[in-house]
Write a protein that binds this ligand. Structure first.
Ligand SMILES: [Zn+2]
Length: 267
């Protein structure tokens, strides 16, 4: 009578272990967490919220936003291709692969995951971003830029800038004034001149931003208000803009225009 129950217990234990072991292994495998590639421009593009993968059996997030920023991975990759066409050089890229339903890399640790088992994966993403930021600082003393690429659907025809009202681009604003963020040679200023709705508006009287999109964990962690940071701008592309086939080339042109005007090496 005892043998069948014992077998069942062994079977269940093995079944559970078989499920859990890959989960633990994957959490430590950086290639399951993000894609990363070093570049040659003083520019790092990060993509937080376009992942579709899940790490093992770890729980899904039950708090906070879990919607996917559809199209932002493709946008960053196509912008990288257009930058190469325009300058012969490529940006650095770090693209999260894990679904925001399980891990949100643009949140502080406490809000990013709902299982301590996912923290190594979360930390691996941020170690990669930090490594590239340190490399960019060393390689480009005249300045480097991080753009955290997002999407939003609240205002489909608007792209929002988030720098915590200029804070995460302190170095840029100190050197060139608020125009570096919203003048005619700023990234959103150039996009606006090409017909894209942007917020804040070009030449707005202050650097105040829409609170929902004012800059998240990534720009706040790596921005130039920190001694080891670089200028960091979050861009939240409206759904219509992400669906616009012209956006990748226009954004690449805007970035190149911005970099040339502000002394960031593009040649
Ligand atoms: Zn996002």
């Amino acid at each position: 009578m005892h043998r069948p129950r014992w077998s069942l217990a062994v079977f269940l234990s093995l079944w559970l272990l078989a499920g859990l072991l890959p989960a633990v292994a994957q959490a430590y495998d950086a290639s399951a967490v993000f894609d990363a590639k070093a570049g040659t421009l003083p520019l790092l593009l990060t993509v937080s919220h376009d992942g579709a993968d899940f790490l093992g059996l770890f729980p899904h997030r039950t708090k906070g936003v879990t919607v996917r920023d559809v199209g932002t991975r493709e946008l960053a990759e196509r912008v990288a291709d257009h930058l190469e066409k325009q300058t012969g050089r490529r940006p650095y890229l770090v693209i999260a692969k894990v679904s925001r339903r399980q891990m949100d890399v643009n949140r502080a640790e406490v809000d990013a995951v709902e299982s301590a088992g996912l923290l190594p994966a979360y930390r691996a993403y941020h170690e990669q971003v930090a490594t590239y930021v340190a490399e960019l600082r060393a390689r480009f003393p005249s300045g480097a830029l991080l753009i955290d690429v997002h999407g939003q659907s609240y205002e489909p025809a608007t792209t929002f800038r988030g720098t915590r009202a200029g804070l995460t681009a302190t170095r840029l604003v100190d050197r060139f004034g608020p125009a570096a963020l919203q003048g005619s040679n700023s990234i959103t200023g150039i996009l606006a001149a090409r017909g894209y709705g942007v917020h804040p508006l070009p030449d707005a009287p202050t650097l105040r931003e829409e609170p929902r999109f004012a800059g998240g964990h990534t720009v706040f962690t790596y921005g130039s208000h920190r001694p080891d940071g670089i200028d960091a701008i979050q861009l939240e592309f409206g759904r219509q803009h992400r669906a616009d086939a012209r956006l990748p080339e226009d954004l690449a042109s805007a970035i190149v225009g911005f970099m040339k005007h502000h002394g960031l090496a593009t040649q």
